[in-house]
Design a binder for this molecule. Structure first.
Ligand SMILES: Cc1ncc(COP(=O)(O)O)c(C=O)c1O
Length: 392
């Protein structure tokens, strides 16, 4: 039977994930991967999870294993409302929705908002997983320009003035893939622009809590609460396998997100939500987060120092104050994918940056480097190897 004939029209248009194809080599023995985007396993609070499991079973008993409301487990929604207050976001517990990772929110957003052909504005480059979540709903992407400080407000203004945009998708803090953060002054400009155009912004903030230097910056959500769907996650500060993400959206959108989530998975795992509720409300997160930061800070510093020491003239890179990624730009015309294939022969992998653009004619000379998975010595060695390959 020709099952290909059974695929929905939109499925056929989704295409294979090219990046997955080129990263297949990453699992070869001996390969050092600066390509991934996943937290270090040592960052998971395994001992705490044992205690939390006992607490949850004791405190909620069968309630932790029963079906629950689509909106989320109430004690977790309460804990997250307090957590968001610390980030200057004023949210009642009843306004917070829990999802299966922030990816779960992104999918629901696509389902609720995108009609085929709708224009969705994204940064160039942007988070690939968001494009994967939105693409099945067949939007037309409109690219917005960025520089070392992230989205350029003038580019947002131009895009909004040029025609109807369904929503803008942005990762303002320690962006994936660039690590860049939009400074407060720009955030104010962006907030003013979206208010002025009555536009909707989806602010994805998975990395904001991973700050190694400097001070927290107000989320755009706090500057334009009515115009922003704020999305965050416990994947980087607890454990990604638990799949706990959440969002705070304007009321008219929130109610539809709940309806579509009913169809997606009824609700996120009650047990995992209960663990997360106790992790936050019991003060374990406050205690554990500094340990995650102390684990990543030296890794990031090792990578920055190695780039300073080894990378040749003509290359530049971002110097983020947190997050999980650095972004390297080579001289114009330098082909990072060609470098990739040479580097994997020497057992070092990274992601060529062009894959983070909606058009792969862009970003040829860029790459994304991740530093959370390797130790400092390996990071230094692999940056040295990369620079040798570049110079050869
Ligand atoms: C910008 C961004 N958004 C969303 C996600 C998805 O995270 P999760 O679904 O684990 O919350 C990631 C994961 O790396 C990400 O980088």
């Amino acid at each position: 039977m020709a099952f290909d004939n059974l695929l929905a029209d939109r499925t056929g248009k989704m295409g294979v994930n090219v990046i997955r194809e080129i990263l297949k080599v990453v699992s070869q023995p001996g390969m050092v991967s600066l390509a991934g985007g996943i937290p270090a396993p040592e960052s998971f609070p395994i001992d705490i999870i044992k205690d939390l499991t006992d607490i949850v079973v004791e405190k909620y008993a069968s309630g932790a294993f029963q079906y629950g409301p689509t909106e989320g487990f109430w004690p977790l929604r309460e804990a997250l409302a307090d957590y968001l207050k610390d980030r200057e976001i004023d949210a009642g517990a009843g306004e917070i929705l829990i999802a299966s990772g922030s990816q779960g929110v992104l999918d629901a957003i696509g389902k609720v908002l995108i009609t085929k052909g709708d224009r969705v504005a994204v940064e160039a480059p942007t988070y690939l997983g968001a494009l994967q979540a939105f693409t099945p709903y067949e939007p037309e992407y409109v690219r917005m320009d960025t520089d070392d400080d992230g989205l350029i407000p003038g580019s947002l203004e131009t895009v909004l003035a040029a025609g109807r945009i369904k929503f803008i998708y942005l990762v303002p803090t320690f962006q994936n893939p660039t690590g860049r953060t939009i400074p407060l002054e720009r955030r104010r400009e962006i907030a003013a622009i979206i208010k002025n155009h009555n536009a909707l912004l989806v602010e994805d903030d998975p990395y904001g809590a991973l700050r190694y230097r400097g001070r927290d910056i107000t989320p755009i959500k706090a500057l334009a609460p009515e115009n922003v769907v704020y999305i965050s996650t416990l994947s980087k500060v607890f454990a990604p396998g638990l799949r706990i993400g959440f969002c705070h959206a304007p009321e008219q959108i929130r109610k539809w997100l709940v309806i579509v989530k009913q169809g997606i998975d009824l609700h996120t795992s009650t047990f995992n939500q209960a663990l997360a509720a106790e992790y936050i409300a019991g003060g374990y997160l406050d205690n554990h987060l500094p340990k995650i930061i102390d684990l990543y800070r030296p890794k990031q510093e090792a990578m920055l120092s190695a780039l300073d020491a080894y990378f040749p003239e003509g290359f530049k890179w971002s110097r983020p104050e947190g997050g999980m990624f650095l972004w390297v730009e080579g001289p114009v015309g330098f082909d990072m994918e060609e470098l990739y294939w040479k580097a994997v022969k020497r057992n070092v992998a990274f992601v060529p940056g062009k894959y983070f653009y909606t058009s792969q004619q862009e970003g040829i000379e860029t790459m994304r480097l991740n530093y959370t998975m390797a130790n400092e010595e390996t990071i230094e060695n692999s940056i040295r190897i990369l620079s040798e390959v570049i110079q050869s």
